[in-house]
Design a protein around this ligand. Structure first.
Ligand code: UDX
Length: 441
């Protein structure tokens, strides 16, 4: 199958390489010439485990090319829309400019029988609008949301939990003849995962678009639920990690996504729940999602609470104190700093008068570019030198396994804030550290 992938960010670059791995002939198109040049040279423009290996494997086979000119997409049968939908500055709603631009750019290159397959996370109703614009071209729109997690993007794309096809349907919700044909083409595109018994949900446009934001809202709610419990634990001396273990044994609840700490960040969960609320408002059903406001508020409160904890261990003031922040990425195995809780807390402490030094194994260059006001170190040792307090903000494996005995002589006073509840309090206390965490006594 000849495939184009429009937009080569986290989603598109991984999708393009993965489609080539599945045996298709793929062209990735992006307006960013620097990104295209890197990808064309087989270099991943961001840190994602497994992607460099995949790019060199499929690049060597000659089935993956990249271009800035949309004309390169002409001749492909399936065109995946993989552009970003960031939050509009100062508002909750999603910015659809990139979707609009990508769609308009590919439109003149479509042939009858082609598929345009939306993968971006969009406000429900977007697919319907785009589909109407395909009328008369003979091309069909499909909505096929992507659920990949950064850090596991290659694995999630090649072996997804499920596939969702939103097809054109008649008034009974049954796929139209074009919908049926589109389904057959997509079945061919995803033949390998489907042969592995990947569950497939075939549905209408609206449901397919909602599945993505509903899933992310559920995950965000699960995290904020446990962080709300952490607030109760802080008020009562209970331990949120043991609470999560105990409720997580109920397999209706499940232990995953019950890790209390600094909360969620990244390019998806925060902006997706906000865009979902904005869309619900436009649809006149804002009450249905008013709980997401609370989910967002609980999440942001954790960051404030962490600054308070730092103040507590610094005897009431962080002014002039040295704070080492371990982690800049919004989560481990990523160099993505979008809405990173680590950097948000670092910036708040800096604003309140602390001298903050941030380190991260992968995200330090991105963080340096975006946060000119903060100081950075290339190593843990460099960051913690002379620190009054150390904050573990992103749970990279190398931070989880830090040796409290080895670190103690480097700091000014041994105080550790475990922002992700991943350290053993007893081991740190036994090594002479003041250990504080969110939701733990
Ligand atoms: C998320 C969804 O998981 C994915 O399905 C969707 O396609 C995109 O959005 P991602 O943003 O890569 O993926 O990160 P995820 O692993 O979901 O973590 C999101 C944030 O939640 C991170 O900041 C993480 O640290 C935080 N988190 C996660 C918690 O605070 N506690 C948890 O228990 C789990």
């Amino acid at each position: 199958m000849r495939v184009s992938v429009i937009g080569c960010g986290y989603l598109g670059a991984v999708h393009a390489a993965s489609m080539a791995k599945l045996g298709h002939t793929v062209v990735g198109v992006d307006v960013d010439a620097a990104k295209v040049a890197l990808l064309a040279a087989g270099t991943a423009p961001f840190y994602e485990p497994g992607l460099p290996e995949l790019l060199s494997e499929v690049g060597g086979e000659g089935r993956l090319t990249f271009a800035t000119d949309m004309a390169a997409a002409a001749g492909a049968t399936v065109h995946f829309l993989c552009v970003g939908t960031p939050q509009v500055h100062g508002e909750f709603r999603a910015d659809l400019t990139y979707v609009e631009d990508a769609f308009a750019a590919v439109l003149p290159h479509l042939q009858p029988g082609d598929l345009v397959v939306g993968k971006s996370t969009v406000p429900v109703g977007t697919a319907e609008t785009l589909a109407a614009r395909l009328e008369g071209t003979g091309a069909t729109l499909v909505w096929n949301p992507e659920f990949l997690r950064e850090g596991f993007a290659v694995q999630d794309t090649l072996h997804p939990d499920r596939l969702v096809y939103g097809l054109p349907t008649d008034e009974d919700g049954v796929p139209t003849a074009d919908g049926d044909r589109a389904r057959k083409i997509l079945d061919e595109v995803y033949a390998a995962p489907l042969a592995d018994d990947t569950p497939l949900v075939v549905t209408d446009y609206a449901t397919a678009q909602l599945v993505k934001v509903a899933a992310n809202s559920f995950l965000a709610t699960k995290i904020s639920f446990i962080n709300a419990m952490a607030e109760l634990c802080e008020a009562t001396g209970a331990d949120v990690t043991r609470l999560a273990d105990a409720i997580g044994y109920d397999d209706r609840i499940g232990r995953r996504f019950l890790n209390a700490g600094l909360g969620f960040g990244g390019g998806c969960l925060p902006k997706d729940i906000r865009a979902f609320m904005a869309r619900a408002g436009e649809l006149g059903v804002d009450q249905a999602l008013s709980f997401l406001r609370e989910v967002d508020a609980i999440n942001m409160r954790r960051r404030v609470r962490m600054v308070d904890l730092a103040r507590e261990v610094c005897d009431g003031s962080i002014v002039g104190r040295r704070v080492a922040v371990l982690g800049a990425a919004f989560k481990p195995d990523s160099d993505d700093i979008r809405d990173s809780p680590a950097l948000s807390v670092a910036a708040q402490m800096q604003l309140q008068g602390a001298h903050v030094v941030v380190t991260d194994p992968q995200a330090i260059d991105n963080a340096r570019k975006a946060w000119a006001g903060l100081a950075f170190a290339d190593s843990v040792e460099g960051a913690v030198a002379g620190a009054d307090v150390v904050l573990l903000a992103t749970e990279w494996p190398e931070y989880r396994s830090l040796d409290p005995h080895a670190l103690a002589p480097l700091v000014s006073r041994p105080a550790i804030l475990d922002g992700r509840n991943v350290l053993d309090p007893r081991a740190w206390r036994a090594a002479g550290w003041t250990y504080r965490a969110l939701g733990r006594p």
